[in-house]
Design a protein around this ligand. Structure first.
Ligand SMILES: NC(=O)c1ccc[n+]([C@@H]2O[C@H](COP(=O)([O-])OP(=O)(O)OC[C@H]3O[C@@H](n4cnc5c(N)ncnc54)[C@H](O)[C@@H]3O)[C@@H](O)[C@H]2O)c1
Length: 325
């Protein structure tokens, strides 16, 4: 009897503590709606990005390098990656020159920036493991990993071939798992790190002409959420942060035939702007961010309404991708 009473008291105390803590967290979230959270520094971090030979990945690499991070650029496209390296050298060289002049005047020390390129097919586990060993040897422990590389065949479901779907899943999903395997252990060991993944609005709601792609981007979202939960509950690596990004359409050419009824409202974002939003989300330790930001909230709210009503609004907005072939 006494034991039962004691357990009941503990449960009541737990409930009170839960209510107070959730209320405080709600207040904190509301405060951050008005005042943005501070952005952490990435200076001195080793940032590895996949798919840096073009598009969003290239812009991310340039921006992280300018922020003082050591950047590790991975791509299957050696020539594209070399172009990115040249761009980084130009940008950081110009910045260094400017800093040297300024520092020379006030006697301060300047830090040098570094970028490394590796040719790697991220869908191939063996290539990933070989590259990871090289990076550890030549650069050091990766502390920020951005899983960005992805492909997007766009056509009706029955027009997709078996090999194409399997390749899509190897690049868009399995690559994330190989990268986790390769780089998560050192992050857990040091209890320091950040993992960023490019999902898509196609990982939030189903879109026509993109059935396998949607499935792959839903998988990325699930992977990220489950991994961050496992670390949070497991007690090891609790300082490792996770940021999942859900862009709508970014002007990299990946979406060849965008369908936009209201381009001013739901338009194409430049790769530069997308990269800036991704880095800001990462530096603020945000878990999930869509580009544009309102889309995630609109989706969450729409899910409580009857699906027929949502379809009506979706048909009115009439935006997405036309089949590429
Ligand atoms: N562009 C968009 O509208 C859009 C929208 C939502 C989500 N996304 C996602 O953002 C990410 C980047 O898209 P993007 O538009 O910059 O694409 P992109 O085609 O411009 O660039 C992708 C890069 O990934 C590289 N890559 C492809 N397969 C690879 C492999 N097996 N190994 C290593 N590198 C490989 C390519 O060589 C290329 O350099 C993708 O995951 C994409 O699904 C893009």
């Amino acid at each position: 009897m006494l034991l039962k009473l004691y357990s009941l008291c503990l449960l009541v105390l737990d409930c009170i503590s839960l209510v107070i803590k959730t209320a405080l967290l709600l207040l904190e979230a509301m405060y951050h709606l008005v005042i943005s959270p501070a952005e952490k520094s990435v200076e001195g971090e080793i940032v590895l990005i996949t798919g840096t030979g073009h598009g969003i990945g290239r812009e991310l690499a340039k921006k992280y390098a300018l922020l003082g991070a050591t950047v590790v650029c991975l791509d299957i496209d050696k020539a594209g990656n070399a172009e990115t390296m040249a761009m980084i050298a130009d940008l950081t060289g110009a910045r260094e020159k400017h800093n040297r002049n300024a520092n020379h005047q006030n006697g301060a020390h300047h830090s040098s920036r570094k970028a490394y390129a590796y040719e790697c097919d991220v869908s191939d586990r063996e290539s990933v493991m070989k590259m990871a060993a090289k990076v550890k040897n030549e650069v050091g422990n990766v502390t920020v990993m951005v899983n960005n590389a992805g492909i997007m065949p766009c056509k009706p479901f029955l027009s997709h071939g078996q090999q194409e779907v399997e390749r899509l899943f190897r690049i868009n999903v399995m690559a994330h798992i190989w990268m986790f395997e390769a780089f998560l252990p050192s992050m857990i060991e040091n209890n320091h790190g950040h993992i960023v993944a490019l999902s898509s609005m196609a990982g939030i709601c189903g879109l026509s002409n993109l059935v396998p792609y949607c499935a792959s981007k839903y998988a990325v979202r699930g992977l990220m959420e489950a991994m961050s939960e496992e670390l949070r509950e497991g007690g090891r690596g609790q300082n490792i942060k996770f940021t999942t990004i859900f862009p709508f359409i970014v002007g990299t050419g990946l979406v060849q035939k965008p369908k936009l009824r209201f381009p001013n409202l739901l338009g194409i974002v430049s790769p530069e702007e997308a990269a800036q939003r991704i880095i800001t989300a990462m530096r603020r330790n945000q878990n999930e961010v869509s580009i544009p930001p309102a889309l995630l909230y609109i989706n969450n709210i729409s899910r409580i309404f009857p699906s027929k009503m949502v379809h009506l609004v979706k048909d009115f907005v009439d935006s997405g991708c036309e089949a590429h072939v």
